[in-house]
Design a protein around this ligand. Structure first.
Ligand SMILES: [Zn+2]
Length: 273
């Protein structure tokens, strides 16, 4: 793909990211949870190759992107009727690929397909289409997780009990105040390059400071690709999460708080069948 000057999001401008946290190498240094280590392609060469393809793309800085924090998960607003935005399986279409991470890892109760609210699924497809368009079809979005049943949230929370830092939401059973993934509006994604899902500085579910979205130098390969992915998904309506570069939300309580919306998605029922 020849370098072409492209602005991905309306907010793009000079990169004013002044600070880079601890540098995570292309392969990162954090260990993902058991069963997830090989989920993403950790080749630094692939990362560099994909980043080089973005040479002509003007990327927003991390500070110009809608990135929400831990405290923004709680929101007092009006729940949207579930029927207005039903759960649908994420479809495989061109630039959208799916790897159901916890199912692949053998976790009990994890759905084989990834399910999302229809609004979130459509936004993923839109973001993937943008990435494909700027990369001559070489980039897309790989979806790793979406809606979760409470049992999976409970397992993840138990497994991460020793890790502090807001990586796994408390498995609340309140249908009006669910963990984001129980609403069907939270989705874990990464960038795919030539069909391979990339580890953007760390593996998926590497719960450490290198997973923080701003923890990489903005012009490093992982930094450019995190900004590219985040710009694409947030331009389609999602809000990113500052603790996990892979986690974005649309229609959730965190999204409602960050975007000052009055409505959010409550917990969703399990998919039929
Ligand atoms: Zn997530």
């Amino acid at each position: 793909m020849p370098p072409v000057t492209t602005t991905l999001a309306g907010t793009a401008g000079p990169d004013t990211s002044a600070k880079a946290g601890p540098a995570a190498g292309p392969e990162g240094c954090c260990t993902p949870a058991v069963g997830l280590e090989k989920l993403l392609d950790r080749s630094g060469l692939l990362l560099a190759e994909a980043a080089a393809a973005t040479a002509g793309v003007r990327l927003p800085s991390f500070d110009q992107l809608p990135v929400a924090g831990v405290a923004e998960a709680a929101c007092v607003a009006v729940p949207v009727p579930v029927a207005d935005d039903p759960l649908v399986p994420v479809g495989l279409a061109g630039p959208v690929s799916v790897v159901s991470a916890y199912f692949q890892a053998g976790m009990s109760g994890a759905p084989e397909q990834v399910w999302l609210r229809a609004s979130a699924s459509a936004a993923v497809a839109q973001a993937a289409g943008k990435l494909a368009a700027i990369s001559g079809g070489q980039m897309g979005v790989c979806v790793l997780d979406g809606w979760r049943p409470l049992t999976v949230q409970q397992t993840l929370a138990a497994d991460a009990a020793a890790v502090a830092g807001g990586y796994v939401a408390t498995p609340s059973e309140d249908p009006l105040a669910p963990p984001a993934h129980l609403s069907g509006g939270a989705v874990d994604v990464t960038l795919s390059w030539q069909g391979r899902p990339l580890a953007l500085g760390t593996g998926f579910d590497a719960f450490c400071q290198h997973a923080h979205i701003r923890s990489v130098a903005p012009e490093s390969p992982a930094g450019r690709l995190r900004r590219l992915l985040t710009a694409a998904v947030t331009a389609s309506g999602f809000v990113a999460y500052d603790r996990e570069w892979w986690h974005v939300e649309l229609g959730t309580r965190r999204w409602a708080h960050h975007t000052r919306q009055l409505a959010y998605l409550p917990a969703a029922a399990p998919p039929a069948g």
